[in-house]
Design a protein around this ligand. Sequence first.
Ligand SMILES: [Mg+2]
Length: 265
Amino acid sequence: MKYSRFLAYTLICLITISCSVKRPVTNSVLASDGKLWAALWQQRAAEYKALCFQAYNIARLRLDQDLQTDMPARRAIITDIDETILDNSPNAVHQALQGREFEPDSWYKWTAKADCDTLAGALSFFRYAASKGVTVFYITNRDEQEREATLKNLRRFGFPDADNEHLLLKQTVSDKEDRRLEVLKSHRIVLLLGDNLSDFSKLFNKLPEDERMKITRQQSGNFGSKFIVLPNSTYGDWENAIFQYNYKINPAQKEEIIKKSLRDE
Ligand SMILES: [Mg+2]
């Protein structure tokens, strides 16, 4: 009798403790598992590396074509950083293994390590461009608190123009157009490289899904020509557009939208 009372008491205590423990808000299982799968592809698929090489080979081809013209000099290349020249998939894995998606605090801790690897083909392309007198501008939506670590990470590999003058971080808005226009004041932009359509033109900024598709079709001639696209299946505006740029969407709604968005057989 005493023993069963003790068991009941223990059970009540355990239930009370478990209810009072503050659990993290879990994110959508579909979304976080999806990010794990995407990161697996980014880290382990030779096909991913091949696509990066392909993008940078095309970039070199286009640059060589431009170098043969007598268009005004002061050539510049504008490039994004994350998932364009640096690989952040370890942060996506870190989050997904805890059932979490992107979180700013975790991201800042990750970028502060200056430990991102570089994408296949990126370094040799930018070094080649620099050897031909082309200036590189890094236009990224990393912010001021990430400046030092970002430069450290770029310098670790020996990326050209990795200095304050050529690193244009996000100040107040994520729209990159003003920063592109700033570069245009002094340089002719030969190429733009990015993994997100808004890395190329303001035409793509924060559009609904169907509009993104429409503008992409209209701009098809620029891809592989002036715009060099790197693959990113982990995150980007493609994902934000699906959730209608609602960053406070709850996990259940997210799961529902993901299921509704997919074409089944
Ligand atoms: Mg990016």
